[in-house]
Design a protein around this ligand. Structure first.
Ligand SMILES: [Zn+2]
Length: 403
């Protein structure tokens, strides 16, 4: 190959390389066509940049396993960052369970494990349980945590980027987690709300994969949500964007722990649904749906309609491409989703509902931990410099990826 071009042309090449690496780091495996779309580079430029990155072993190429694996006789290949480039640790310190997941820069999950905890488990204890899981995983899978680039961790409750929490206990909890992990691993630690992290994970790897504007709703013990807009997790001024469970649906309704009245959560949380069905576990609800119990069917239908009404309003506000619905309640399937979709169709604006896709979440219990990994892959300055390109890029070219 000819000697590297000097001066502005080399700088331009490095800027283009950075653009390709950023797309692969934040989006995972991409075809050349997807890369061209993501980076805005011409096919010819992209081809030259990719050749260069392959030669440097910064990027590797694998055959696509998908249906469109062949195009005019030529196999379609996927490009990813070289998996050996670094690791990201994702954690979910949830109300009733803890999950830990390790992935590499090529977006491959290396190890994942979860454990149950009680709603009353103190936060220091949760952190201790999570760290024990990390040690177990590292030992079992022979993972060297020296290659760790960052930790992304999900906690319950709103997390504000500016740290201006009104509840001292919440601020103390976040500080405990952040400081404990920083001390243990010595790498950057990113903390966010775990439902929002699940939203980010679904928008990257799950039911909203490849979409830019995704509204996520989780129907579980609590009802929460998250917004991914323009491919980025949207926090809002106080870190509470997407709190769909606390939209009031009846001003005379029951009081809610948030201080409001008649919040959606009071009608469609797991506990509320079980109480209305007069049963103790959601498995029993599913059995009764199977047995065509009309009273239980009606409870689930009513829940679906209420949720759909709130979603229609939320969709009119942000006009997403997709609504992804996660949490235990989604196991009710069409009993819940049919009335939910009908309510959205009925109440959302014509322009909003035309292109709207409503789908159940596809990721498992490690969704928030995987969202933590996405945070690291998007925010880590260390990984942004991987593989090292010559320093001195103009600031304006650190492209569009601050989650
Ligand atoms: Zn509320």
């Amino acid at each position: 190959m000819a000697k590297e071009t000097a001066g502005p042309l080399r700088l331009l090449r490095e800027t283009h390389e950075e653009r390709v690496l950023t797309a692969l780091r934040t989006q995972g495996a991409l075809t050349r066509a997807q890369l061209a779309e993501q980076t805005g580079l011409s096919r010819a430029t992209l081809s030259s940049i990719v050749q260069h990155l392959l030669a440097k072993h910064a990027v590797s190429e694998t055959a696509s396993g998908g249906e469109s694996g062949r195009c005019r006789g030529r196999p379609v290949t996927l490009l990813t960052l070289n998996a050996a480039g670094g690791l990201a640790l994702g954690m979910d310190l949830g109300h009733r369970s803890i999950h830990v997941t390790v992935a590499n820069v090529a977006h491959e999950v290396v190890a994942s494990e979860g454990t149950a905890c009680s709603g009353r488990t103190p936060w220091a204890k949760r952190l201790e349980l999570a760290l024990r899981l990390v040690d177990e995983l590292a030992g079992r899978h022979e993972i060297s945590l020296d290659a760790l680039a960052g930790v992304g961790v999900g906690v319950v409750g709103p997390v504000s980027d500016t740290g201006g929490h009104r509840q001292p206990s919440r601020a103390a909890r976040i500080a405990l987690v952040r400081d404990g992990l920083t001390e243990r691993f010595g790498v950057p630690v990113y903390v966010d709300n775990n439902t929002r992290l699940a939203a980010l994970a679904e928008a990257i790897w799950g039911a909203g994969a490849g979409l830019q504007d995704v509204l996520y709703l989780r129907l579980s013990h609590g009802v929460g949500g998250g917004l991914v807009l323009g491919g980025h997790l949207f926090s809002g001024a106080g870190g509470a964007a997407g709190e769909l469970g606390h939209i009031s649906v009846d001003r005379n309704g029951p009081r809610c722990a948030c201080g409001g009245r008649g919040c959606l959560e009071r009608y469609v949380s797991l506990a509320a649904v079980l109480e209305r069905c007069g049963v103790r576990g959601f498995d029993e609800v599913l059995r009764r749906l199977e047995a065509d119990d009309s009273a239980v069917r009606q409870v689930i239908e009513d829940a679906g309609t209420r949720i759909g009404e709130v979603l229609a309003a939320a969709c009119n506000t942000v006009n997403p491409e997709s609504v992804v619905i996660g949490g235990e309640l989604t196991a009710a399937g069409d009993h819940l989703l049919r009335p939910l979709r009908a309510a959205v169709r009925k109440y959302a604006h014509n322009q909003v509902r035309q292109r709207l896709h409503i789908a159940p979440a596809v990721l498992g219990h490690d969704d928030a931990a995987r969202g933590g990994i996405a945070l690291v892959l998007r925010r880590s300055a260390l990984l942004a410099g991987y593989p090292a390109t010559t320093p001195g890029l103009p600031d304006g070219d650190q492209l569009q990826d601050i989650g």
